[in-house]
Design a binder for this molecule. Structure first.
Ligand SMILES: [Zn+2]
Length: 292
């Protein structure tokens, strides 16, 4: 898949490495929303042409954002991964996938062994998959020279008795712990002068957004606080995979309110290319305006 936009926020260079694109629908994303077609109609003028296809399907992307700043390379979210057994729980094309992700990273000038830090906004299977790769039937850390920053409440949740053993933890997180490359951090952790975590639990218990600030410019990586720009028009609606609906709704609405009509660049973790834009609010209605 292609390497997508490379953009700058002050001194930070930000690159999107696309792993997969999949079409979805409003009905799938927001199953409880009473008028999916009305919502689609309302948002289509500004979803077009980047975030919706000619059949009226929403376009979702799975990708990593890589930030180069403060003398370090940081990968934020690691997609699905190759060779992962996702038969029981994944989507079409995820199970035992083979792709060009590592080659794409290298082509972008970011070979895996040059990465200094890996951040998972949360530990869903489309955000932590490339934490590891398969080498001679063993899962080993993909980014073998990196420290992996995982939010402690997120880790606690996925390893609690309530959840029990699940594949993403077994094949993509525990092997990184085994090599002593993980630091459990707080949800408001500051990685460097330019990169800080913003707590945004709800989608999962330790979910975070990632703020990048440099030279008076700011961008924020959404994680799954938003899955698709159409949610700007229906922030109260519960998306399929939000664990705790009420706090997720609250953080989503206050996020939109905070960044609406500002110059903060919103970098979507599942937004189709170009996954960069700003939030605008007029007549009590939020929308997303992409920036090419
Ligand atoms: Zn996701």
């Amino acid at each position: 898949m292609p390497i997508r936009n490379s953009l700058n926020i002050g001194d930070a260079k930000i690159t999107l490495i696309e792993e997969m694109v999949m079409p979805t629908s409003v009905k799938w994303l927001l199953p409880e929303y009473p008028e999916p077609y009305g919502l689609l109609e309302k948002a289509t003028p500004w979803l077009k042409p980047n975030y919706i296809n000619e059949k009226g399907h929403l376009l979702q992307s799975i990708h990593s954002w890589v930030v180069e700043v403060d003398g370090m390379k940081v990968v934020i979210d690691t997609g699905i991964g190759d060779s992962k057994n996702r038969q029981s729980e994944g989507f079409e094309g995820w199970h035992m996938k083979q792709g060009t992700y590592l080659q794409d990273l290298e082509n972008a000038g970011i070979p895996a062994d040059s990465v200094d830090f890996v951040i998972n906004t949360h530990l869903h299977q489309d955000h932590a998959g490339w934490n590891t790769k398969l080498v001679e039937k063993t899962w080993v850390p993909t980014f073998n020279n990196a420290r992996y920053k995982i939010v402690a409440p997120e880790w606690d949740y996925w390893t609690s008795d309530e959840i029990g053993p699940i594949p993403i933890i077994e094949d993509s997180v525990l092997p990184v712990f085994k090599e002593n490359l993980v630091d459990l951090v707080s949800a408001d952790y500051k990685l460097s002068d330019s990169i800080t975590f913003e707590p945004s639990h709800g989608h999962t218990p330790g979910h975070v957004c990632i703020n990048i600030s440099s030279q008076n410019q700011t961008a924020i990586i959404t994680g799954d606080l938003l899955h698709n720009p159409i949610q700007c028009a229906a922030p109260e609606a519960r998306p399929t995979f939000d664990k705790d609906a009420a706090p997720a709704r609250k953080t989503r609405i206050s996020f939109l309110e905070k960044y609406a009509n500002t110059e903060t660049l919103i970098l979507g973790t599942h937004f189709h290319h170009p996954a960069a834009g700003v939030i605008r609010k007029d007549n009590n209605f939020y929308r997303y305006e992409s920036v090419d």
